[in-house]
Design a protein around this ligand. Sequence first.
Ligand SMILES: NC(=O)c1ccc[n+]([C@@H]2O[C@H](COP(=O)([O-])OP(=O)(O)OC[C@H]3O[C@@H](n4cnc5c(N)ncnc54)[C@H](OP(=O)(O)O)[C@@H]3O)[C@@H](O)[C@H]2O)c1
Length: 241
Amino acid sequence: MSIKVILITGASSGIGEATARRLAADGHQVVLGARRIDRLKALAEELIAAGGAAEFQELDVTDLESFRAFTAGAHDRHGRIDVLVNNAGVMPLSTLDALRVEDWNQMIDVNLRGTLHGIASVLPIMRAQGYGHIVNVASTSAYRVDPTAAVYCATKFAVRAVSEGLRQENTDVRVTVVSPGFTRSELTDRGGDPDVRAAVQAASDELAIPASAVADAIGYAIAQPANVDVSELIVRPTAQR
Ligand SMILES: NC(=O)c1ccc[n+]([C@@H]2O[C@H](COP(=O)([O-])OP(=O)(O)OC[C@H]3O[C@@H](n4cnc5c(N)ncnc54)[C@H](OP(=O)(O)O)[C@@H]3O)[C@@H](O)[C@H]2O)c1
């Protein structure tokens, strides 16, 4: 298998961290991005100590210049970018009538605008290379809407829509949407209505699959030959309705 230069956003915890572990173990060069650089540094050191190739750079996906600098740094160091995993996300849930407008804007900024910033940063590079792969992490909430999750679902439906448009417009760049169900991570640790958060945490504690299960799906899509586009994968607990 060829070694790829793979950028992963939201690599400081949960699915991003598990994806970094899986792809580094597969022998790839991983470039870790997130805001908590202490976490990224510790993870990169651990992966390198285990024989992997890892580096990190501070990244705020809501800031286009930050994303461009993250991408340009990796491109300068390695001369190419094979894969971007657009994974960073937040999920502060509440009913719409709670009017938590700041939470709505944060979900739009991180989940949707962040994904678009990633596309804007790597697409010119991948088009010039004549190859590349963008993996967007959506959710089962990209396929169904539930109370308290209207805005979160809207961002994830939008990520699917953008991904499908991106796929149709490009014949040499692969596009994959990976949509997890309940997965163990820090996603429900912060933000939103406290009662809703407690309820989602309880459901997650009962059902959640390990983040490595989603990482394995991402690894599978990346490992396919250049002319095989794994367009959409849904990975959820067997017991999740
Ligand atoms: N866990 C689930 O059940 C589940 C289900 C469906 C979909 N997902 C999706 O999976 C993805 C990963 O989430 P997770 O479950 O692994 O949760 P997590 O453990 O909370 O990880 C979220 C990651 O996003 C990063 N992030 C948040 N805001 C950011 C920003 N402005 N700039 C850069 N990075 C930012 C965080 O890093 P910093 O805070 O260090 O910046 C963190 O590394 C998300 O897109 C989420 O919507 C998760």
